[in-house]
Design a binder for this molecule. Structure first.
Ligand code: G3P
Ligand code: MG
Length: 282
């Protein structure tokens, strides 16, 4: 299983791929994450209007695509991700915004060579199938975050769909499934108790993290970084709980959490954290 491939602690998880250096949730960002030494990677999954599972973060398409400039889609603003078919999504460019906006200043800082920048333009939304094929081909473990299908409250079908894709790619030992929707996690545990689960928490942590995770069949805790510190990581570690906070972009904080025995650091700066850990001999 996933944890047999990553048996210790202090792993670098590339958040949405190598997000500081390439457009998030694109095959280019995933390839770079591997190249730059991530131990595993994180990606977000939505269900498109035709049922295809696609890799994309936001509930709407505008921030990380060129949809606002596509006149054919103007009448469908604000462009909910779930309301577009794969064929329509494939008409979008999800790479050029990164070159135009340079959100991390990495292009201005010269981190991207011209050939890399050229590859960013015109990138398309990957499917979960593509992401799993990549994970399998490279033996690169992946944390699949199932995004809440807010348009379908109470509908758990996306969980079975993700599981089917994992089975089709024989990727059972490469995946960790996470979600802010804990009903999805409970459903995954019901369908496939051996698939490892991570409980994502943004605002309010459970009163008792250990018993909450155990009740869900999870042993991994993915809190917002503001909800934990090194002491908390140590205390949970003593009770057998792996912790992987997000999104840790302050490298001093990341190193302190690793020192405390944090299982994973979910970061946009794979390349920096990998270098720092390597320099420390980790
Ligand atoms: O899985 C960790 C992190 O990705 C959760 O937040 O909004 O970046 O998907 P978000
Ligand atoms: Mg995510």
């Amino acid at each position: 299983m996933f944890f047999d491939r990553l048996p210790g602690a202090g792993y670098v998880c590339a958040h949405r791929g190598a997000r500081a250096l390439a457009p998030e949730n694109t095959m280019l960002a995933f390839e770079l994450a591997l190249e730059l030494g991530a131990d595993y990677w994180e990606t977000d999954v939505h269900k498109a209007a035709d049922g295809t599972l696609v890799v994309f973060h936001d509930d709407v398409l505008s921030r990380t695509s060129n949809i606002a400039r596509q006149s054919e889609f103007a009448h469908r603003a604000p462009w909910p991700t779930w309301s577009f078919t794969l064929e329509e999504l494939r008409r979008l460019d999800v790479g050029s915004w990164f070159v135009d906006e340079d959100p991390y200043g990495t292009i201005a800082a010269g981190s991207g060579d011209p050939a890399l920048i050229k590859r960013m333009k015109g990138l398309s939304i990957p499917t979960l199938d593509q992401a799993l094929a990549f994970s399998k081909q490279k033996s690169f473990p992946v944390n699949i975050e199932i995004k809440d299908q807010t348009q379908l409250p109470g509908d758990l079908s996306i969980v079975g769909d993700v599981l089917q894709a994992v089975h089709e790619h024989e990727a059972e030992d490469l995946v960790l499934i996470s979600s802010f929707n804990h009903d999805y996690l409970a459903e995954m545990h019901r369908l496939a108790p051996r698939i490892p689960l991570a409980v994502l928490v943004e605002d309010t942590p459970p009163d008792n993290v250990v018993s909450y995770l155990r009740a869900l069949g999870a042993d991994t805790y993915h809190p917002d970084r503001n909800l934990i510190d090194a002491e908390c990581v140590r205390a949970l570690g003593k009770q057998g709980i792996r912790v992987a906070p997000w999104t840790v972009n302050d490298m001093a904080e990341a190193l302190s959490l690793v020192e405390a025995g944090c299982f994973g650091i979910i970061t946009d700066y794979t390349h920096v954290l990998r270098r720092l850990l390597t320099e420390r001999g980790g």
